[in-house]
Design a protein around this ligand. Structure first.
Ligand SMILES: Cc1cc2nc3c(=O)[nH]c(=O)nc-3n(C[C@H](O)[C@H](O)[C@H](O)COP(=O)(O)OP(=O)(O)OC[C@H]3O[C@@H](n4cnc5c(N)ncnc54)[C@H](O)[C@@H]3O)c2cc1C
Length: 305
């Protein structure tokens, strides 16, 4: 049996793995991929110790640091699907039909892109429907695209798409855009963007690939179609906490509620750190600090046992 299973290979999971190994806690780290959300950032200027580094290079450096540790077992390209409470700890089930037992769990699964949940979204995912403009903007060279979401992430997506797309429709559900004004001006000054407010997206349509998007004008009730080959859904992030729903306390946003001194969740034996927790700020540096705090507390807990 493991003493600790860390789920997640972003900054929180990696930092936790390094500390757990150095504390000689018998640990298994399960992650889908290494690096975390900022892997797509072109330039990170606030990671302490680096004036400027790409998200990709930072993620690689963190992963290499983790892999130098001798006392940790790693299962990457693996998804944790379920956590079950057992008499003496927990069982973690993966998408590879494996079950791992552990005394404690650290949840470091971060967040994933929020979906629109309209017809056609799943069908065309990767075939015209995208969630990361930084990753997929180059595919849109010379094409008309729609961005759904008029907050900061929508306008950031627009800025990523400007060098490639021939035309950008920016659809917002409310009657104003919530992105900060500087970002809005930067995008709007390009002349390529047509901003549409009060738009409730109804459907994504196409054949093999996306051909357009249908939305309803919430003021007039009129249904309209835009002919686009790419749709970027930029309506924020959602904590990846589904696998502990019903097991630990979640807040309204779906974040795991933790005690901020120790990172303990409401259920003995489960800790959480990073963007999946109800921490006030979403930053890599903070995720790392909170994960380290969690592992030190897990170490004390295991010693106490
Ligand atoms: C574009 C962008 C730029 C950013 N720039 C900065 C910046 O400049 N400075 C800064 O401090 N922060 C920045 N951030 C924020 C920072 O990336 C996050 O705060 C940080 O990544 C949170 O770390 P985390 O480990 O909690 O979660 P995540 O980074 O979300 O990592 C979660 C990990 O869990 C894994 N995972 C998820 N579900 C499962 C599952 N079921 N089974 C197994 N593994 C799973 C994922 O594969 C991933 O490895 C940026 C974020 C973005 C999106």
């Amino acid at each position: 049996m493991n003493d600790l299973i860390i789920i997640g290979g972003g900054p929180a999971g990696i930092a936790a793995g390094i500390y757990a190994s150095r504390k000689k806690i018998k640990t298994l780290l399960i992650t889908d991929y290494f690096g975390g959300q900022w892997i797509v950032a072109s330039d990170i200027q606030n990671f302490i110790g680096f004036k400027s580094i790409s998200g990709f290079n930072l993620s690689k450096a963190l992963e290499e640091h983790l892999r130098l540790q001798s006392d940790i077992e790693i299962k990457d390209q693996t998804l944790a699907l379920k956590i079950e409470k057992k008499d003496n700890g927990f069982a973690v089930k993966t998408n590879k039909e494996e079950v791992f037992e552990t005394k404690t769990v650290l949840m470091a699964l971060g967040t994933h892109y929020r979906k629109l949940n309209v017809p056609g979204e799943d069908k065309f995912m990767g075939r015209g429907v995208f969630y990361c403009a930084t990753c997929d903007a180059p595919l849109m060279k010379g094409k008309a695209v729609a961005i759904v979401g008029g907050g900061n992430s929508g306008f950031e997506s627009a800025i990523d798409l400007l060098p490639y797309a021939s035309k950008i429709y920016l659809l917002e559900y409310a009657n104003t855009f919530s992105a900060d004004l500087t970002t809005q001006e930067k995008a709007k000054n390009s002349g390529k963007i047509e901003a549409i407010t009060m738009a409730a997206v109804q459907e994504v349509f196409g054949d093999e690939f996306v051909k357009g998007i249908k939305y309803q004008n919430r003021q007039s009730g009129e249904i309209k179609e835009l002919a686009v080959e790419g749709i970027f859904i930029s309506i924020g992030y959602q904590p990846s906490s589904e696998i502990v729903k019903g097991l630990v306390e979640l807040n309204k946003a779906g974040e795991i509620v933790v005690d901020c001194k120790t990172q303990r969740s409401s259920l003995e034996g489960i800790w959480a750190a990073g963007d999946i927790s109800d921490a006030l700020y979403r930053q890599g540096n903070i995720a790392i600090g909170d994960a380290i705090k969690a592992v030190l507390n897990i170490h004390d807990y295991l010693k106490g046992k």
